[in-house]
Design a protein around this ligand. Structure first.
Ligand SMILES: NC(=O)c1ccc[n+]([C@@H]2O[C@H](COP(=O)([O-])OP(=O)(O)OC[C@H]3O[C@@H](n4cnc5c(N)ncnc54)[C@H](OP(=O)(O)O)[C@@H]3O)[C@@H](O)[C@H]2O)c1
Length: 192
């Protein structure tokens, strides 16, 4: 709560749109009841319009839903990209009507050098980054790719106009190799 108050103050706004718990506490050191209830309280107080979680597993999501009851978890922000397609979690979220946000959608820039992504991009006069973003959005995920360059930010936005074919999607499906980047040994939960 103090950190959220500080952020709201620094930003000079009354409330932020969305606040996420960045990571589940490893080995349950801090009980989910404690931090999820605080998150819901921040929403009740109007410090944040919506709340969500990040790096939550299926089990964590089930537990979070039980704790939060009617308070909606608007997203679970997780690592999803062509090399880590996170299918068990994606299927669970789809069945449960839970929204996901894909982070590291560009595999931190690696998609630019992938031959399949480059080939699909060529066919659409697009870039591999646009293809990765369009692929994630086609599954209904939000994307939050980052760039330090204005030209890349502008170019990546054009992914909104890119329509991939079923064949493109099927080719990207073959790239999954379980390559998890954000996996700190002391913090990582038992991933799905
Ligand atoms: N919740 C979590 O635990 C968690 C974990 C990791 C990341 N995240 C969030 O996810 C977001 C994205 O993650 P990320 O930045 O690590 O990975 P990313 O979006 O997959 O990749 C960013 C990298 O791609 C390059 N890039 C972007 N657009 C490009 C383009 N059009 N052409 C060539 N290169 C391009 C960028 O380089 P340039 O700067 O040179 O364009 C940068 O090196 C961040 O906002 C981060 O905070 C969340």
């Amino acid at each position: 709560m103090p950190s959220l108050r500080k952020s709201v103050e620094k930003l000079g706004v009354d409330a932020v749109d969305l606040t996420l718990i960045h990571w589940p506490a490893p080995q349950g050191e801090v009980k989910p009841e404690e931090y999820l209830t605080a998150l819901a309280q921040a929403r009740d107080l109007g410090l944040t319009k919506q709340i969500g979680v990040s790096n939550f597993t299926i089990q964590g999501l089930k537990q979070a839903r039980e704790i939060l009851g009617d308070v909606p978890i608007v997203t679970n922000q997780v690592e999803i990209h062509p090399y880590l397609q996170n299918r068990a979690l994606v299927d669970f979220a789809k069945n449960e009507g839970l929204h996901l946000t894909s982070y590291m959608t560009l595999v931190v820039g690696k998609v630019m050098n992938d031959e399949v992504m480059k080939d699909i991009a060529r066919q659409h006069q697009a870039t591999p980054a646009q293809v990765a973003l369009a692929w994630a959005m086609a599954q209904g995920h939000s994307v939050i790719s980052s760039s330090t360059r204005r030209e890349n930010l502008e170019s990546n936005l054009k992914a909104l106009d890119l329509q991939l074919s079923e064949e493109d999607i099927a080719r990207i499906a073959t790239l999954d190799r379980g390559e998890r980047i954000a996996n700190p040994p002391q913090l990582a939960p038992d991933w799905d």
